[in-house]
Design a protein around this ligand. Structure first.
Ligand code: NAD
Length: 359
């Protein structure tokens, strides 16, 4: 049966990188027997300009109907003065919460050819391949009560770090299932020596581990995990953690690779339906200049094919194509070193399609 993919190009470089994703998917439909139908809708600043809202009802409905969603990026300086509730970013947050996309998957892969881009020594990071599973819709970012109030004449700010057992269990299952498809080791990150909510987190992970006897589960306190990520990141395969710890650790892991234009992500619901997006933003400084690296978006397409559409072989083929363009020395400006010739967004798309066809 034909599966439906919704493209949400968004703002800035979003439309440029999403256009390359559409070209690659069209190529797969025409040449690799992939049965997909693509459609497009507005989100973020582009939607504000057209409809006055960052997440129009029509876009939300199309997202609900789709089997998978690919988003470019949202935001830009022209909308920075708007009140928080009307800003482009609300479109993204609205999609995540309306679709209950509770599991955020952030791979950090460093292709050996790009090891020099990292701020760490090449031997520490070359060949790095880790995946952080972050809980995205709960924890301290959403817990109630929250606020700033006067207590005994003193202004006091407070938030609530809360997770129910089912919330922990569902993200835990995503992490164990993901570990099963990779190296079968899972590190759960918590602060169980201080925070009761993470004592429960650790208990639930231990209970789930009985259902996945092939996966080796370890636990690590978040402060140690931060240290280990920069000391010896290659010790990790899959990591799972709550919303706030995951926010911080996934950015740290991402920066180990030194290249924001290379990092894909996925946000999944309980049925494996998901929204896929590059980690980077709308890059207004290079928008409209054919300079953006489309590889983070194309690697997001590969994740989409694998995790939501059940198309493992095309996903592998696309990842191999990206690897081969890098091995052949093709570089956009963000990953080029001095003296290397630089491709534009469109030409990098051409190179990936040529590498797909050559397999
Ligand atoms: P950014 O990721 O857009 O850009 C940071 C730097 O990285 C810039 O110098 C940019 O040119 C470069 N860069 C980013 N993606 C690149 C690519 N694919 N190829 C080459 N270079 C790339 O972050 P920012 O500047 O902090 O934010 C710009 C706008 O994007 C803001 O409005 C912000 O709110 C928004 N934003 C959106 C998302 C999202 O849609 N998921 C995420 C982060 C930021």
């Amino acid at each position: 049966m034909t599966q439906e993919v919704l493209l949400l190009p968004g703002d800035g470089i979003g439309p440029e990188v999403t256009a390359q994703a559409a070209r690659v998917l069209d190529w797969m439909i025409d040449n690799a027997g992939v049965d997909l139908h693509l459609s497009e809708a507005l989100v973020g600043g582009a939607a504000i300009e057209a409809t006055g809202e960052p997440l129009p009802e029509g876009t939300l409905e199309a997202a609900r109907q789709a089997d998978a969603i690919l988003l470019g990026a949202v935001g830009g300086p022209q909308w920075d003065a708007l009140p928080m509730a009307q800003r482009p970013e609300k479109g993204l947050l609205g999609l995540r919460s309306e679709l209950d996309l509770f599991a955020n998957l952030r791979p950090a892969i460093l292709y050996p050819e790009l090891a020099e881009a990292s701020s760490l020594k090449a031997e520490v990071v070359s060949g790095l391949d880790i995946l952080i599973v972050r809980e995205l819709t709960g924890g301290i970012y959403f817990g109630q009560p929250r606020g700033i109030e006067e207590r005994d004449g003193v202004r006091t700010g407070f938030n609530t770090y809360v997770y129910s057992e089912p919330e922990i269990e569902r993200v835990g299952r995503v992490a164990f299932e993901t570990a099963m498809k990779r190296g079968k080791t899972l590190c759960s990150v918590d602060k169980a020596n201080v925070l009761e909510v993470t004592v429960l987190w650790r208990e639930v992970m231990n209970r789930l581990s009985a259902e996945y006897p092939e996966v080796e589960l370890t636990h690590m306190y978040v402060d140690n995990a931060a240290m280990q990520l920069v000391r010896n990141p290659k010790q990790f395969d899959v990591m799972v953690t709550g919303n706030m710890f995951g926010d911080i650790l996934s950015d740290c892991a991402a920066m180990l690779t030194g290249s924001i234009g290379m990092l894909p992500s996925a946000s999944l619901d309980v049925n494996g339906k998901g929204m896929y997006e590059p980690v980077h933003g709308s890059a207004p400084d290079i928008a409209g200049q054919d300079k953006a690296n489309p590889l983070a978006t194309l690697l997001s397409v590969a994740m989409m094919l694998r995790h939501s559409l059940g198309l493992t072989a095309p996903a592998d083929r696309l990842e191999r194509a990206v690897q081969s363009v890098l091995a052949d020395g093709h570089r956009t400006g963000d990953i080029a070193t001095a003296g290397e010739s630089v491709l534009g967004t469109q030409a990098m798309g051409d190179a990936v399609i040529a590498a797909l066809a050559a397999q």
